[in-house]
Design a protein around this ligand. Sequence first.
Ligand code: ADP
Ligand code: MG
Length: 763
Amino acid sequence: GFVTFRKGKTPRRPGPKKGSNVEKDPVGVYCRIRPLGTEDQECCVEMISNSTIQLHAPDGLKANRNGEFKEMQYSFKKVFGINTTQMELFEDIGRPLVEDLIHSKNGLLFTYGVTGSGKTYTMTGSPGEGGLLPRSLDLLFNSIGPFQAKRFVFKPDDKNGMEIQSQVDALLERQKRDSQQSVPRTPSSRLKADPEFADMISPEEACKCDNVDDDCCYSVFVSYIEIYNNYIYDLLEDAPFDPIRPKPPQSKLLREDQNHNMYVAGCMEVEVKSTEEAFEVFWKGQKKRRIANTQLNRESSRSHSVFTVKLAQAPLDADGDHILQDKNQVTVSQLCLVDLAGSERTSRTRAEGSRLREAGNINQSLMTLRTCIEVLRENQMYGTNKMVPYRDSKVTHLFKNYFDGEGKVRMIVCVNPKADDYEESSLVMRFAEMAQEVEVARPVDRPICALAAGRRHRNQAFRDELSRRLEERGNSNNAEDPGLLNQLIESLPPIPRCELVDPADDQTLPNLIEVLERRHHIRQMITEQFNQTGTCVKSQVDLNQQSKISEKDKVILNQRSEIDRLEKKSKTLEYKIDILQKTTDMYEQDKRSLQLELETREQRLQKELSERRRMEQRMQGMVTDTKLKWEKECERRVNAKQLEMQNKLWVKDEKLKQLKAIVTESNSSCSAERPQRPSRERDRDRNMGQKRSGDVFKTRGGGQAVQFTDIETLKQENPTAPRYSILRNEESFLSSDQSPFSMSFVNPGPRVWRTSGEEQNPH
Ligand code: ADP
Ligand code: MG
């Protein structure tokens, strides 16, 4: 099957959806500065670089406004100085548009500027200095020339679409036209019919586009309209113009086609086959425009003119012989060349009455163009969705689809550097600079036709070969074909007179029979020979077909091997992917098991750690325990030692007393009661008996003495620091201890001196 692309209905596709990823290009704005006229002296435009110009306020203006005028700079895609040739301009601006046209993309080119700034010069040119229009036509026809379809094969319908006619229908229509026209057209050869536009197209500058699809057939249609006072007029309409009683031409309406593209309803679209023919059509329209302007007292600078080049193309069939008879395969693209009205304000030309009103309309349409561009720019820059007032004027309405659909839009701002134009020029520049900020969807490449490339070429080669072989055969067999035939006829025995006048005539009939028999025989021979030649040619053709088939077979074989190769490649890649997948899986598994191991190890470590902490705690407990035990033991021992020492002391005291008593007895012969040895039991007994700690007795010397039955021992309780630390750390542990010494540890009061007696006291 075929890849269907743009329908033959319309040159433009419906607008791309907003917000989608459409590629966009800014409107390309170029500036062209024309040379200063001979009568003008002061120049107010200076080219600063090849993309920037500067406007200088003329001296008069500066003086008027106290020199407050700014030196404004404006930048464009490119600035063309006064020395730029038409050719250079075309190469930069025209060529890309024509190349796009050939590749089924739409283009729109404006010239914009004040009257006299060079718009028409740039678009149309002058003799010897052809402008963008003739050059575009020339490039187009030089490129598609040999691939053009026969006239009337493509036929515009009246709904902005394009139909295909069969070869036969096209031929019939051609014959019909030829019979109607007294002078047959001569589309080929560069003939300069009209001296008025001689040299507009110079053959020595002939150039060509590369990469034209030669498996397509092309046809060019041109239309030319004028928009004046917001009315559209067809400049190619055949209606005869009556110079004596001129009636105003009928204006045309804008319509929207199936795909929402605007077109001028009922507008003539003339099929042209060469640059000359196309330019001739243009020139005819130009003349008509001029006549109408004079007759109707119009000012030509106030009209917009639109010259449209429409290119229809359709692929050749698989044999490369005929156009594919499928309307859906027709692609139509168009290039609009627009020479806008002068952009100056009305006040400058002092127009009056209807002229003023017309001027208002002209201005209105340029104003609308300006507003549309402004709104578009605002919508695009700030994401707003304001309505663009395309419908407010015919010019903007007609080109609506270039801005909200797709296409390449180019504008050439023309500027006359003379001082008088300064103010208008600065307005023009401001608008043009702003227009650059508007973006238009880039036309997309059309899909490639599904048929194999090189069809036309192969078909041509086949035809050449066929005619060569036929010629060869002709040369060897029947070199002088008509002569041979005549000879043959002459060599036939003449038919004798066959009038039977005499019933007894037995000569005539047999004669006739014989002659006819001979003739019949010769005829048979000729037929035989003819049949032989026929089979011969047939076999030749078969051979050709065979060669064609084998060629195709070869192509198929090649493609099959290519497919095989690709399949193999894809298989190896699949295999590789498989292996990689497996490796990944393995690594993943490894990772998982390692992670698991890590986790168990961590757990074990944690367990060990907690075990160790527990052990440590236990050890600490034990240490404290032991320490406490030892401390108690020490204290016990110290106490025991103390008691022992006290006893010893007591014994010594007793001995001393006895000694004293002996000494005293020897003096007073008085004997004393023998004191007893102190003991805990005795102390208790004594306390039970309400005895005070000392007894008074009479000394031998007649005095009294107090005998202390209890030896007062002084004990200092001085808690030490280590005890505190133990207490602090293991209070609970210690408090539960049943040690007999615990009290003194638990309540380490202030430094107290106690008697041992008090200690024994229950209160
Ligand atoms: P517009 O169409 O803008 O009113 P025209 O194209 O008619 O202006 O130009 C006015 C005059 O200036 C014409 O005579 C034209 O030949 C001349 N002219 C304009 N531009 C150039 C240029 N770049 N080089 C030489 N002559 C020019
Ligand atoms: Mg002009």
